[in-house]
Write a protein that binds this ligand. Sequence first.
Ligand SMILES: [Zn+2]
Length: 402
Amino acid sequence: MKLEIDQQRLLSELETLATFSDAEPPAVTRIVFTPTDLKARAWLIARCEEAGLAVRQDAIGNIFARWSGADKAAPAVGTGSHIDAIPNAGKYDGVVGVLGGLEAIRALRRSGFRPKNSIELLVFATEEPTRFSIGCLGSRLLSGTDRDGESVDEVRRKAGLNGNLQDVKLAKGYYKAFLELHIEQGPLLERAQISLGIVTSIAAPASLHISIEGAGGHAGGVLMPDRRDALCAAAELILAIENAARSSAAADTVATVGECDVFPGAVNSIPSRVRMTLDIRDTDQARRDGVMKAIERTSQRISSKRKVSIQWELVNADAPADCAAEVRAALADSCRADGFPFLEMVSRAYHDSLFISRIAPMGMLFIPCRSGYSHRPDEYAAPEDIARGALVLAESLAKLSA
Ligand SMILES: [Zn+2]
């Protein structure tokens, strides 16, 4: 079997898809179910049909494009990613995995390969949290792990998607394996000058809202022994959070306070209230939970010492996922057969594949992106890296579906 990726065509499709955008080029803005996104989806469906794939959409707008295998009853081998883009993003995030996956399937068809298991391209709906404040909604529903929201229901119906959201969930065993090709969104591959990364596990975030109530007052009138300054308590807590992550047993633990609102926010007024967010991630759930517990204990100490109240609200806590040994092996064998060096690495960002791992053995293949930049207009992946990723993806799909 001789597999050839049509690099020219793949790149021109990447450029075309980038023109479906609500931002000035090179920026790309493509919020799910906007008129622009609906045009992009229609264009993509036409490309899948042109490639001879049978296309269906589910009630949340996940697109499935299937190449039926010899054994139609056997579970499919899936690949795919997303095409929605946050405001002022780039051309490659998600799109490389969708168009790279499509080209991988076309290359397999051109080669004369006949799969035993069906091969399916899956385009996840609403990966980015821009519209519904929660990421990976499509894959959460596929894996049966999320509540549905009324706002979601209204918006998707306006986009022509009816049907029951309960029916979106895929049966366990629907996929024999699932692979996602994606840009790294970090600098490690570029730094190592290695053009392929095989993901070992996907880190997952827990996010929390923290609110601190102290007592306000005049910046001149209230003397220091009488103060219950909410911002001073917040400062102490933020450093404790940093320290807890730094002193974790593994470098995979990261914690970030990215938002901090101070009330009333006046130069001559003691802060009476602070609201802040905490994002804490790890590849190991027990370790992440342990660090959260340690932070909570410190926060109780700060609260009693400074006589402020500190409230925690857990917004979301997803479990991290390990990539499946058989999928990693298929990727590694393909790289070795081609003589491509690869790096084994953790995915620090999370992806639809995190949720698919709950219903199928999952793996991810990374390609470098310049300076590790992503979610910005100057996001860039080199043509040869994109083509190489699509080739290894095609070879791995062949191995898993033979
Ligand atoms: Zn992505």
